[in-house]
Design a protein around this ligand. Structure first.
Ligand SMILES: O=C(O)C(=O)C[C@H](O)C(=O)CO
Ligand SMILES: [Zn+2]
Length: 276
């Protein structure tokens, strides 16, 4: 498990490209035959990837958690961005096809990831946050999630935002998670931008060809920087940072949030004229 600490926004404005990438960009999340996890001190979110092939993979409590099993003090969201897979939770199996999400509540001891076909593996993206009680383990996908049509062709940001884990959907203690799918020929997400000083957010970009990039914008609204992001890379967005991106190609992304409140709509809108 890799540990990432938090950053003061005043210090952030002094960072160069390498430091910004080292602190906020997560590369190589999906490694064949492995579970890779990154522990962020931003609201103590754990982000990870699991790519099982011949053998199932198990989510184990890392020494850094000082617990006897991963979900002893946590809850978990899993989204499969690869080929068809199966997740077992304390012996109960859930088929997770491409784009499906599984919420797993506090106290489940044995989490196992499997691919249906080892030649075409599943890729499980995982987001875990601290939890105080158990909500039921529940599956959700774009056919059952709340969907919101956003953006316009003129602004190149037509997209559908699906809310998977949230107050009016699959419930959790603090994890909110969903998927935003850009329509063909649309490139922008989350512009006009916002912050939410009450919650951190993480983005996982996927569905990009190998030579395409997303320019992800971050920083305080009046002091922005960018990250050049490749396919299947994740970004940690601190509570004080805008989080918005534009691609050289159409893409999809998974957003996840945790922190003070449990209100998706709680956002501090940034006026275009205030962006620097
Ligand atoms: O496309 C969008 O806009 C988003 O997906 C926005 C994220 O959901 C977000 O930033 C929620 O706070
Ligand atoms: Zn946001």
């Amino acid at each position: 498990m890799e540990i990432r600490y938090t950053t003061n926004p005043t210090d952030f404005s002094q960072y160069g490209t390498k430091r910004i990438r080292d602190e906020f960009l997560i590369t190589n999340l999906f490694q064949v035959g492995k579970v890779r996890t990154v522990y962020s001190h931003n609201d103590r979110v754990v982000l990870g990837g699991a790519v099982p092939t011949t053998e199932p993979l198990t989510l184990k409590a890392h020494e850094a958690l000082k617990t006897s099993y991963f979900l002893e003090r946590r809850e978990l969201g899993i989204v499969n961005i690869g080929n068809n897979g199966v997740v077992s939770v304390d012996g109960e199996s859930y088929d997770l096809d491409t784009g499906s999400c599984l919420y797993v509540g506090l106290g489940n001891k044995y989490i196992q990831f499997e691919s249906v076909n080892e030649e075409e593996p599943a890729k499980f993206y995982i987001v875990s946050t601290t939890a105080h009680c158990t909500y039921p383990t529940t599956k959700v996908d774009i056919t059952t999630a709340q969907a919101y049509e956003l953006g316009t062709t003129e602004e190149s940001n037509q997209r559908i935002l699906y809310r998977f884990i949230h107050a009016e959907g699959v419930k959790s203690c603090q994890l909110m998670l969903g998927m935003t799918v850009l329509k063909p020929n649309n490139m922008w997400n989350t512009m006009p931008a916002h912050t939410h000083d009450r919650r951190m957010e993480a983005y996982l970009y996927f569905g990009l060809p190998e030579d395409s990039k997303v320019f992800h914008f971050m920083g305080k609204p009046d002091e922005t920087r960018h990250l050049v992001v490749s396919n299947e890379e994740a970004v940690i967005s601190p509570s004080w940072s805008i989080h918005s991106g534009v691609g050289t190609h159409n893409y999809t992304f998974i957003w996840a949030m945790a922190g003070e409140n449990y209100t998706f709509e709680d956002m501090d809108a940034v006026k275009m004229e205030d962006l620097r």
